[in-house]
Design a binder for this molecule. Structure first.
Ligand SMILES: [Zn+2]
Length: 399
């Protein structure tokens, strides 16, 4: 056995501290300056990881759509089927980034809130913790400071945060009145300075093309406005909340839900390509994708989502489902970028929480989640283990 003389151990300590010092000064404060977060309302992990559900599609009410859906989304293997539904996720994100939440592959993620519907889910994504007070989808101003609002108060991110949503409740979720963030959601037109011809055209089209819903616009407008804003203002932190998938599902329109999921994947690719074509963002942007809740896991319940508690109160029209809508607490996420491990599809028997997205976001931006928690009162969820190791050094440096 090797014995170390006192002199040698002093030398060893000196060497180690020098090595640590060099590690500290050589580690970048953070690799990427920018972050794009996208949520796809209520898109089930089942479709993302398995492709379309043949049992749901086989229901007689979808008969006239079956042929075209099968033409576009059917394949022999699960891998090919999911690739056809979400090609960017599987071609790019699953190869160069990370995907969490495939319960067929021992990977799980779930909400920590006790409601399993939208506003509590978005509050959890954007604050890193569930809040019992957020117990409806009513446009009540969020008492919590979201990470977007907090980032906008930090030196490096002031006036560099923007949010876009299809659902008209986002100004309340992000508390636009208090946060003063630029938020374009619901049926708001583009109203920033120096509108491009395309932004003006989108404003006109938004008036001309009726939405199927009274409180949610078609995602093409949300993405179109976001893209014009990004090119005009180049914010460092961008949040885009897509909404169609949830509303088509509530309508019981499975073919439209599938088409919208596929389109969402196309939007994500388009946004990513837009960013990679701009010098500020190229190689300097991380991307996080997640959902606010899952949906039922059966032919009878795929349309819905609610916890047992929610069916006894706010969602009482689902009261016959005494155990709530089973499976609708199950969510997933995907990430890609210079600070994300290229770990591919996770399969580690861990269950991660939707409340971990916020802390992960802050660390990706070189911020200390504990500093944010001070503002917001309660501890924030811990970061997901999807960051490259150098990110861990950054954390120790920051602390
Ligand atoms: Zn939702």
């Amino acid at each position: 056995m090797l014995s170390i003389t006192p002199a040698k151990s002093v030398m060893k300590i000196a060497f180690l501290s020098q090595a640590l010092f060099m590690l500290t000064i050589s580690a970048p404060v953070r690799a990427a300056d920018n972050l794009l977060i996208i949520s796809i309302d209520g898109l089930r992990w089942q479709e993302v990881f398995r492709g379309y559900d043949a049992n749901v599609l086989a229901e007689p009410e979808f008969e006239k759509h079956q042929k075209s859906i099968l033409h576009d989304l059917d394949a022999k293997t699960v891998e090919e089927k999911r690739h056809k539904l979400m090609p960017f996720l599987w071609r790019v994100m699953a190869k160069q980034g990370v995907m969490i939440g495939n319960r067929d592959n021992q990977s799980a993620m779930e909400v920590s809130n006790t409601w399993w519907f939208s506003y509590p889910g978005y509050n959890e994504i954007l604050t890193g913790k569930a809040d019992e007070r957020v117990d409806s989808n009513k446009p009540v101003a969020n008492p919590n400071v979201t990470i977007l609002e907090w980032l906008n108060q930090q030196k490096n991110y002031q006036n560099n945060v923007a949010a876009f949503g299809s659902w008209d409740v986002f100004p309340a979720i992000i508390n636009q009145e208090r946060s003063k963030l630029p938020i374009n959601a619901g049926f708001m037109p583009a109203d920033w300075s120096g509108l491009t011809a395309k932004a003006k055209w989108l404003n006109a089209l938004q008036k001309d093309i009726p939405s199927p819903w009274h409180n949610v616009r078609l995602d093409a407008f949300t993405v179109g406005f976001a893209q014009e804003y990004i090119q005009a203002k180049q914010p460092k932190v961008i949040y885009i909340a897509l909404g169609e998938t949830d509303d088509f599902a509530h309508d019981g329109d499975y073919p439209a839900y599938l088409r919208s999921a596929h389109q969402s994947d196309g939007f994500i690719e388009r946004l990513w390509d837009t960013l990679q074509a701009m010098p500020n963002y190229r190689g300097n942007t991380n991307l996080l994708i997640t959902v606010d809740h899952g949906r039922g896991n059966s032919i009878e319940t795929w349309q819905h989502h609610a916890s047992p508690k929610a069916t006894r109160g706010y969602l009482s029209d689902l009261a016959k489902h005494k155990n709530g809508i089973e499976g609708s607490n199950q969510v997933w996420m995907a990430a890609l970028g210079p600070d994300i491990q290229p770990a591919g599809e996770v399969s580690n028997n861990e269950t991660y929480g939707l409340n971990q997205i916020a802390a992960t976001t802050l660390i990706l931006l070189g911020q200390n989640p504990d500093e944010y928690a001070k503002t917001n009162g309660k501890p924030i969820g811990k970061a997901l283990p999807i960051l490259k190791p150098k990110q861990a050094h950054n954390e120790t440096i920051k602390n």
